[in-house]
Write a protein that binds this ligand. Sequence first.
Ligand SMILES: [Zn+2]
Ligand SMILES: [Zn+2]
Length: 258
Amino acid sequence: MSALCVVDGVPATMGNLCSACVTTLHAKVLEVPRLLHELDVTITKQARQTSSAGGAGNERPLVLNLAASDVAREIEVALRTLAHLGAAEREPVPVAISALAPWTASHLVHAVRRPEIAGAYAALLAALERGWRSVDRAPERRVVGTCDCGGVLATARTTGEVRCPACGVLWDVGEREEARNEMLLGLTVCTADLVVLFRTVLRRRITAATVRKWVERRQLRPVSVEPMMFRATDAVQTWRRLHADETDQKTGEADVSV
Ligand SMILES: [Zn+2]
Ligand SMILES: [Zn+2]
């Protein structure tokens, strides 16, 4: 047992830690289940976004936010390490994270007496910090395409470069996104996939009703009727034609008023 806290060097009051650091550690341990839940939500949400975008074609299933799942594992390992420091010899440690966190918190009194506490403390705090960052940042990250090696390229950036997480090759974000969009727009898709394509590739919101209307008005010709399938490029042309008309009218009006 040190006389000084192994974290910040002030007089230790409980094992190798001062009161402030014990309090911090206690709070951080109890924070783990909440953060893991947030990471889980992030991972699920991104997987769903990706599978709906990829569902339109033969793009391999894109597993997103590797960062979030990596850091979740890291946090769990850090918590387990701390739990084992607090466990007596042969004392069973809970398996479920929801039970593990409160159990570890109530066993800190033993864990802080172990010399390994300094490393365990630092590892848990660092993992939690990274975890919260992944939660915050995750919604902005999007898939911009795939690497030649099959790796999924995901980034929050709209320009610049993105590194393949699998092989490390750098790609231009805009170029990869364009290649991905080109591939997606070359597909023949059903109405539901067309709606998704418009949202992900063109960032335009159309509905199944919009598509039905286009067909009824003969503005869009399906390539097959049973099931109803469309060439994505045809739909884009239809949309651009209709949209260009609107824009021209608006411009015309604006010109008149000037
Ligand atoms: Zn301290
Ligand atoms: Zn790669």
